[in-house]
Structures are given as C-alpha cells and as structure tokens.
Design a protein around this ligand. Structure first.
Ligand code: NAP
Ligand code: GDD
Length: 324
C-alpha cells in the first residue's frame, strides 16, 4: 500500500514541489484547494498543472473547519503537510486581521481535525525564520528566542506554539520546520526575488523600464524551494517529532540579489532601480542567517543550490517565459 499524504497549500510554490517529490517517492498525494482555484484552473492551478492527473484535490479553506475535517476524514492520511497560509509579510501589515485569523485559526483547525480523524498521522507545519524577527543572536538556531516583527511572524509563532502544545498534550507526531527564505521560478511575483528577476527580464526585453523597490539593505538567507521540501519530508520520517531550522547559513543583501540578477541579463541595475517608500515595511527584519547544523546531523539534509545558481535559474526562466 502506498503512503498517503495530504497537503494544504498544494497550489503554492512549496506545495507544488512537495507534491512532485512525494509522487516520485511513490505516495498517493491529496491536496486541499479553494473553490475559486477549481473554478479558474488555468491561472490558479498552474503550478500543479503538469501532474494534476496524478493527484487528488479536495475543496476546503483554512477558514472552514468542517471542510478541513471532511478532507481529513475522507483521506485518512499517513502524513499531513500544512503549508497553506497568507504568506506575504508586507500584506500582513496591510491586513493584519485576516492574516492573524486565517493563519492562527487555520493551523488550530488542522491540528484539531488531525486529532479527531487521523491521530496516528504525522504532521508538518510550515514555520518560518520570520519568527526570529529582531534577532537576538546570529546565526539563528532552534534554541534562539523569537521576537517576531510582523503580524505574519506573530501568526506563525502562534502556529508553532500550537503544534508544540498538541505534540506535548495529545502525543501527536507534529513537527515544525523553521524554514528560511526559499525561492524558485515558481515563486509568487510579489516576493522580492521574483519581482527582481521578472523585472530584469522585462527590462532586458524592452517590456518595462524601471523597477521600484524598498529596503535594499536587508539580509536574507536564500535557498531553493526544491531542496527545502525534501527537508519537510525527512522530518516526518524520523523516530521522534521535532523542530528543525532549514537554511543555507549564507546571507546576502537584497542589493546583492538585484546586482546578480541584472548582471545575468547584462544590465547595470543602478540605471533602473528606484526606491519607493511604499515598499519599505513599518517594521523590518534586518538580518536572517540560519544554522542548519541540526538538520544536517539528524536528517542528513543540506542545501544543494548556491545563491548564484538560484538567481540565474530564476532570471533564465523569466527570460524564457517572456520571450515565448
Ligand atoms: P505560497 O506560494 O504563497 O502558497 C500559499 C498557499 O496557501 C497557496 O496554495 C494558497 O492557495 C494557500 N492558501 C492561502 N490562504 C488560504 C486559505 N485561506 N485557505 C486555503 N488555502 C489557502 O507560499 P509558499 O512560498 O509555498 O510557502 C508555503 C508555506 O511555507 C506558507 O505557510 C509560508 O508562510 C511558509 N514559509 C515560506 C517560506 C518561503 O520562503 N517560501 C519560508 C518559511 C515559511 P491559493 O493558490 O488558493 O491562493
Ligand atoms: N516583497 C518585497 N518587495 N520585498 C522587498 C522589496 C519589494 O519591493 N524591496 C525590498 N524588499 C525586502 C523586504 O523588505 C525584505 O527585507 C526582503 O526584501 C525579502 O522580502 P520578501 O521577498 O517579501 O520575503 P520575506 O523575507 O518578507 O518573507 C518570505 O520569507 C519568509 C521566511 O523568512 C516569505 O516567503 C514568508 O512567507 C517567509 O516566512
């Protein structure tokens, strides 16, 4: 019998890579999608389109507890990957109420549905380096105190604590990954890497003439999403549930990222980038640098894609798509 996995957020960047990874491992893969996505598959299911015939989709939302219970009851998964969330930090300042409500309640609903309908299942929760916020030590590891700086970070920290509480109180096999930024050609266009690579490609092809950005000094520890979903899976194959930092350990500034992307298309970034205060956040996370040594020692996991390879892959992919 193949193992069965249920993925929330299967239509997102990580959900699509994870689904592919689990299919390759022989899993039966189920995903939760919103009704609006099912009604507009050519846009909203684009990341899972190449393998949509090999997965099973269930209509549910994070706001609707009965819909999550029903998915859990019908699928009876061996593994649950809870990736769905309002994941854009900037948006969480503009609409903190929705972000807190969806992300905190959604995680609580998933845990409660798991406890009721699939208590033997193993669960992964998508925690984040954004929980470290105003960092108190560098690099950040599993024991570093959390000081979140955004409603998004606060919502994820609440989810992380809920996961820990369900693990300790009810014995669920529930793990949190504390994942640092990870990107790919499937990244949403609002996140800085994809915004930059898509604009570098557009400007190169004469389809745009400038790129408006906010803070260029922030440092992020960027890896490749394809590498990071493997770590999610490995966490659920361990003997005991635990939490793990997943990172490269090598931070780069937004400015470095911009320069690398524009260099790839042979342009001088300083001629095209304009600072727009609209993209500066009310409270910024200045520096993130993860220490992945626990993941390396216990999961045998390390990031395999360099920062340069990642940015080049994204620029090349955007250039190819825009040229078609
Ligand atoms: P993403 O591309 O933004 O995908 C988010 C997914 O959540 C989408 O499938 C989206 O569905 C779904 N979703 C959002 N609100 C929902 C709702 N109310 N009900 C049901 N589904 C909903 O995010 P990602 O980059 O793949 O990240 C996956 C998870 O990891 C997120 O929880 C994120 O916060 C976390 N994380 C990401 C990173 C990173 O660097 N990428 C780092 C640390 C943690 P639609 O397609 O219908 O919108
Ligand atoms: N999005 C965006 N747009 N970010 C900008 C811009 C801009 O125009 N200009 C500068 N930045 C800076 C942001 O201020 C931030 O310091 C950095 O670029 C990265 O921003 P994002 O790509 O939006 O990612 P994030 O770090 O805020 O959040 C991502 O990583 C988290 C993990 O640390 C998201 O994927 C979160 O879901 C994830 O948890």
């Amino acid at each position: 019998m193949p193992k069965t996995a249920l993925i929330t957020g299967i239509t997102g960047q990580d959900g699509s890579y994870l689904a592919e990874h689990l299919l390759a491992q022989g899993y039966e893969v189920h995903g939760i999608v919103r009704r609006v996505a099912l009604e507009d598959p050519s846009h909203r299911l684009v990341r899972i389109a190449p393998f949509i015939d090999r997965i099973h989709l269930h209509s549910a939302t994070l706001e609707n507890y009965p819909s999550l219970c029903e998915a859990m009851r019908v699928v009876k998964p061996d593994e649950v990957y809870h990736l769905a969330a309002q994941s854009f930090v900037a948006e969480s300042f503009d609409d903190s109420f929705s972000t807190l409500s969806t992300n905190i309640n959604g995680t609580h609903f998933i845990l409660s549905a798991l406890k009721a309908y699939a208590p033997e299942a193993r669960m992964y929760f998508a925690g984040t380096s954004e929980m470290f916020g105003k960092v108190v030590e560098s690099p950040q590891r599993e024991t570093t105190p959390f000081r979140p700086r955004s409603p998004y970070g606060i919502s994820k920290l609440a989810g992380y604590e809920l996961v820990r509480n369900y693990r300790e109180a009810y014995g669920l096999f529930a793990c949190s990954g504390i994942l640092f930024n990870h990107e790919s050609p499937r990244r949403g266009y609002e996140f800085v890497t994809r915004k930059v690579t898509s604009h570098a490609a557009k400007i190169k092809l004469g389809k745009a003439d400038r790129l408006e950005l906010g803070n260029l000094d922030a440092l992020r520890d960027w890896g490749h999403a394809k590498d990071y979903v493997v770590a999610m899976h490995l966490m659920l194959l361990q003997d005991q549930p635990d939490d793990y930092v997943i990172a490269t350990g090598k931070p780069h500034s937004v400015r470095d990222m911009v320069k690398l992307a524009f260099d790839r298309v042979g342009l001088d970034w300083e001629k095209y980038v304009v600072i727009n205060p609209r993209f500066v956040r009310p409270a910024e996370v200045d520096v993130l640098k993860g220490d992945p040594s626990k993941a390396k020692a216990q999961l045998g996991w390390t990031a395999t894609t360099t920062f340069e390879q990642l940015v080049h892959e994204m620029v090349d992919s955007d250039l190819a798509a825009l040229s078609r």
